[in-house]
Design a protein around this ligand. Sequence first.
Ligand code: FPP
Length: 261
Amino acid sequence: MQPKAEELELHYAEAPQDISLADIDLDHLPAHISIIMDGNGRWATKQGLKRAAGHMAGVDALREIITSCVRLGIDVLSAYAFSTENWHRPQEEVDMLMHLFATTLINELPLFDQENVKLVFLGDLTSLPQETRDVFQEGLDHTSDHTGMVLALAVNYGSRAEIARAARELALEVVNGERDANSIDPEAIASHLYTAGLPDPDLLIRTSGELRLSNYLLFQLAYSEFYITPVLWPDFDRWDLLRAIASFQGRDRRFGGVEEA
Ligand code: FPP
């Protein structure tokens, strides 16, 4: 996607000392950036606040990163908001998060309009509370004809469940005579994942310093570059995003091959 130069310069004015827009090659940006937004709870605890305050600050961080990605001309931004394992959190926190997802989406629809952002969801939405499902559906309908950056929010998402679901669907196609079992290749599996039609992430960012994937996009991240930062998600800002992109651009991506002479 073609970034608008003036808006981008303005968005990235007043650079800190260690990074600026000039450190980034705008012609070689990652097409798909994916983020494991971690550290909301620790951020809140550090400030003597309740965990809910950390999640609310996390929404502000996400808004800044959505805008930054749009300004840069990133094609796809995906973010892990709620895993299939997050249901094990205290009920009060789960309820709070589900309500926060709904209110955030409603509040951000004008931003999605203004920035032409198209919303998609990764995950099984059927077991979400009705309020959250209704608002998510409204977000999908509202942005379905948007042609700008795709924002893929992973909610009630678990990669193993996603792969098992793809296997079930492919098995059914074989049983129903719609497909030959020998035609099941990586592309066939990819076409049955929630991310079907989206490019694989080029860059995975995980905040808060944890060195694990937490059941996130296990199939899709096969050749992604990882950027792990100790910054807690609510503190992650547009400059941290540039630092991540600068690191990505310093990598030698060989996809299992060898460097060309
Ligand atoms: C991880 O921090 C963060 C979450 C489980 C929730 C992330 C959600 C948002 C930022 C809101 C996104 C909004 C929409 C509309 C999808 P943690 O609680 O695991 O932090 P900790 O590891 O420090 O406890």
